[in-house]
Design a protein around this ligand. Sequence first.
Ligand code: HEM
Length: 410
Amino acid sequence: MPEHPAPLVLDPAALEADAEHELLRARGPATRIDILGVEAWSVSDPALLKELLTSPDVSKDARRHWPGFEEALRTWPLALWVAATNMFTAYGGDHRRLRRIVAPAFSARRIAALKPAVDGIVEDLLDALESTPPGEVADVRERFACPLPITVIGRLLGVPADRAGEFRVLVSDVFATTLSPEEAAANTARLYGMLDALIAAKRAAPGEDMASVLITLGEGGADGERLTEEELRDTLLLMINAGYETTGNLLDQAITALLGDPDQLAHLREGRASWPDVVEETLRHSPPVKHLPLRFAVTDIPLPGGRTIAAGEAILASYAAANRHPGWHDDPHAFDVTHITKEHLAFGHGIHFCLGAALARMEGEAALSAFFTRFPDAELAPTEGDMGPIPSLISNGHRSLPVRLRPRTP
Ligand code: HEM
């Protein structure tokens, strides 16, 4: 391979993601890539990635630290990922302020208090699935993996139940990486339209939900924290975006892996592994977020081997490639719930570490244990649905998850 190969153009449809990640690892700890027309450094070495994710020389604030920002706003289908103003894209003090406002809602105590409600939603969804006649196939992504997190996050935020479905479609298109810039911009406009309507409704009739609390803060909360109108809208956007498709992918991937390998299910049934083991191994093996756009070098950053990420250059955190790095895990491509080390970067690392990790883990454990208890004989029916990958460099799930929940009656 030449010393400085041309940027690797990532396939927007991510049809062969595992092979592409292999290629990234083979090109070294960090390598030049092209993601939908934007050049960046993809980092797939876990040690280097952790170093960059904790360095003050790396920012997520495109407005301040990316010379390509204005151009991206006009032409890049993923512009929303760098343009929204919330903790996800904030740097330094702004990040601390924006995260501190929302963080109490995700404390261990608050998440534990949500557990009975999550169990209730899981049971309702499983009751609905139970009506599938024996022998028939259900799309478990469509009817279970995705509705659970969208219902949970919808209730947390105070989204009326009859609007959750619309949000779901719009959020899926935020993760899609095959839209044209115009299609992506139209999707963003529709999403903002729904958020504006939600904010107006909560202003008129506040509740106990997070949207109402954030609106009060925008108007000057009791403890002096403040959110601008734009930050309020974009923080709600972040919550909806971050909380749904990711957790849906976790359930989709875990159910796929367990049904695809009876030995793994046997480890659980015979007590050699637990539901938290399944969740962690799924996060490691098939992380719900494959690549995370984007970060930016604040100053020149020297790389191992003598190259430099120049100030202003973009960085792509390639979490899925890093999680299967052979230097980190033995037999990294095997899904094995008994793996002793399940360390991973599925939730990121450092100051932007996923705020919803505890909620996602709780939802994952509750949903998976209940699903496999209710449908102990479930089996994959891959020929009866499209199990191809979602066309996305970010989201890591299947187009559908066809499962025969109960065998045909003899
Ligand atoms: C399995 C499910 C989930 C996965 C894999 C996941 C993954 C991630 C990742 C990788 C990041 C870090 C992005 C970066 O590199 O900067 C992140 C950030 C974040 N996640 Fe999650 N997430 C999940 C579920 C959730 C849930 C349920 C919520 C709650 C609503 C949530 C809220 C957030 C927020 C607010 C951030 C931004 C944190 C910050 O920038 O300081 N996530 N998530």
